[in-house]
Write a protein that binds this ligand. Structure first.
Ligand code: NI
Length: 265
């Protein structure tokens, strides 16, 4: 875990779900201590209409929080025109920096693929209209995700492939389109051979750190509730693979996140 220090490298958690009910018992206490442990910024990511609303509240409450609003593919059965109007208004609020997470999930494979695709495209269009980057969730849906992104000319929208889980070859294609790759706890798993290859191949300038908390805690906390304090384990593993200093990983991925979410003009 990160140590409590005054002067230190800052870490940017580009993808968290602190609105999740598993944080209800100690959310305030936990979030209040993140800056003391070097967490410089957090993007809380919506996955439904309700969690997008709670994201707006968290962003209002914590100055080092930013937000993304959007509906996760597995939740798209709930999306309606009214929902799209809400997302548009929400996306215009202060410190809302992206549309997400959006995409396709054929692992859970519900609702029907046609419904997932329809709302993925609609939310891509919203991101384009508002000139916001996208946070892509794509699981067991590599081909269709890429097809839609190409059709929609998403390289002009930009964004991040969150929790990247595909091959180094596909990573190359996403990098060529200008996307960032979101790297989290999975990188520390012993069976993460493919992801380690991706990290080895990709330029450090195109990787961003993410927890996806409360999910996907890295080793040695695998299986437990995740939070941003665990990102040091992910940064350490990237440093090991790329043979650079931990400090460099923290600094460069922080800058990358600021570029991804266009926080500096
Ligand atoms: Ni997520």
């Amino acid at each position: 875990m990160l140590e409590k220090r005054e002067e230190m490298e800052k870490i940017f958690d580009t993808h968290a779900h602190y609105d999740n009910p598993v944080f209800d018992e100690d959310r305030e206490e936990l979030i209040a201590k993140l800056p003391c442990y070097g967490i410089g910024s957090v993007v809380n990511v919506g996955a439904s209409i309700d969690s997008s609303k709670r994201t707006l509240e968290l962003v209002r409450q914590y100055p080092f929080f930013y937000g993304a609003v959007g509906v996760h593919p597995s939740e798209t059965a709930e999306l309606t025109e009214e929902g799209m109007i809400f997302l548009r208004e929400a996306a215009l609020q202060e410190r809302i920096v992206a549309i997400g997470e959006i995409g396709l999930d054929y692992y859970w494979d519900s609702p029907k693929r046609e419904i997932q695709k329809q709302w993925f495209i609609r939310q891509l269009e919203l991101a384009r209209e508002l000139a916001l980057p996208i946070i892509i969730h794509s699981r067991d849906a590599a081909k269709d995700t890429m097809e839609i992104l190409k059709e929609q000319k998403a390289e002009g929208i930009g964004g991040v492939i969150h929790c990247f889980s595909y091959s180094a070859e596909l990573a190359r294609e996403y990098l060529d389109m200008g996307f960032y790759l979101g790297i989290g706890g999975v990188l520390t798993f012993s069976n993460a051979k493919k992801l380690k290859e991706v990290v080895e191949m990709a330029p450090l300038e195109r990787l961003v750190l993410e927890t996806d908390c409360p999910y996907l805690a890295p080793v040695p906390n695998r299986g437990k509730r995740n939070d941003s304090l665990n990102l040091s384990y992910v940064a350490e593993e990237i440093a090991r693979i790329k043979q650079v200093a931990y400090q460099e990983v923290a600094d460069i991925t922080f800058d990358n996140a600021e570029r991804l979410y266009r926080l500096k003009e």
